[in-house]
Design a protein around this ligand. Sequence first.
Ligand code: NAD
Length: 462
Amino acid sequence: MTPDLQALHTAFDRQHRASRDQAAASAPVRQALLDSLRGLLIDGRAALVRAISDDFGGRSQAETDILEIVPLVTAIGHTRSRLTRWMRDAPRRVDLSLQPGRAWVRHEPLGVVGVIAPWNYPLFLTLGPTIDALAAGNRVLIKPSEASPAFAALLARLVAERFDADRLTVVPGDVAVSQALSGLPLDHLVFTGSTNVGRHILRAAADHLTPVTLELGGKSPAIVAPDFAIDRAARSIAFGRYLNAGQTCVAPDYALVPAASARHFADSVLSAAFQRYRTIEGNGDYSNIIDARHHRRLVDAIEEARRGGAEILTHPSPPPTGRRIAPTVVLGAPDDCTLMREEIFGPVLPVKPYATLDSAMAFVRARPRPLALYCFADGAAMQRRILDSATSGGVTINSTLLHVAQHSLPFGGIGASGMGAYHGHDGFLRFSHARAVHKAGPITMFERLGPPWGATARLTMR
Ligand code: NAD
């Protein structure tokens, strides 16, 4: 067994034993854990930003700050201030036939929660579920992506300095460690990553009946309704598409636009992008593609669309060097090309013109259910029509990404984009066992009724 796998098994055994032998942590203990996590983020901020940028070979430092550290710190504040209320027993009504008595739900920790994360927002997607799982009183084992080695080593050290290993541990390592973690008898496993790997996770978890939350990918559409202001939609879609150079699970993956406005929309997206990123080469606000394999994948997919007759809009020419791809818009990509079949996960936006809104919504419905859907429409009736005609994990109306940043909304996919949701109270509930308790009164009428049962059935149906 490699040292990484050995470390994983040791960490799991400690956490598992502690979860069975020790009482559930009180609210003040959980709040202190959240405070430690906040301290880690604030004191480790500069080092974390640097490590993540090193793993990308150049990632916008402001984006790590604003899209990862700030939402984690505010999520901790949100959860911490509501935790005592969330932990209270929740009374339930007692059926007449079971009275006298009291009934309530206790929210108890599940035990050991595993977290397997991707590289694109390595901090937000490791510590996000961790906040909710710790708040619910669990032990947490984090496995960061092997594509984020500098970040993983740093997070492991920062966590070891502040947390008991039987409460929170980071186990860095290669894919073999992720595979081994998914095969352990965990009490819950949160996986964030691709739909393909999600299938392996579900199979591995089945052996121990480990419940899973799968946060997967997919193609999230942006639908621009007829008559909506094209430039406004283009600005918002450009914002959501090109953050982190498009390597965002909830980024708008393609845009459905009225045919008459498609060209104007494509030009407008590109000009909005280049207003934000005036240069690409050397621009500290624009991120690299994570590695050479993904860079190649994207370049090939653009080329395939071009060969298929699509128009590729981008600049500058010649293209940036290294692992940078400038914001790109693709007009008229064939439906069967890679860009229209697979999640893009890069700074490329296909624009698909539609003849009628119904045909656009049918296009969305005919594909796997997406993680997010972006609806650009004026008026509640048109917005409802779009939401009613195709489902998705979450929705932002008239902008992009914002529903994910909302701590009071559940975050998760549906169908091929995932199962289970977390964030805020939904996360607390996701990582808690809702334990049903009935406390019988002194008479326990139900016991007295039988056997022999006699006329009881008739009585209890009344
Ligand atoms: P990935 O699926 O390749 O890897 C994610 C994690 O899975 C890594 O930590 C890796 O170690 C682990 N892994 C790989 N093979 C495994 C196996 N056989 N068994 C167990 N674990 C295994 O994804 P990625 O390339 O790191 O991230 C990109 C994908 O993640 C995109 O599809 C994106 O949409 C998705 N994503 C989803 C969300 C969300 O919240 N829904 C957020 C970010 C990214």
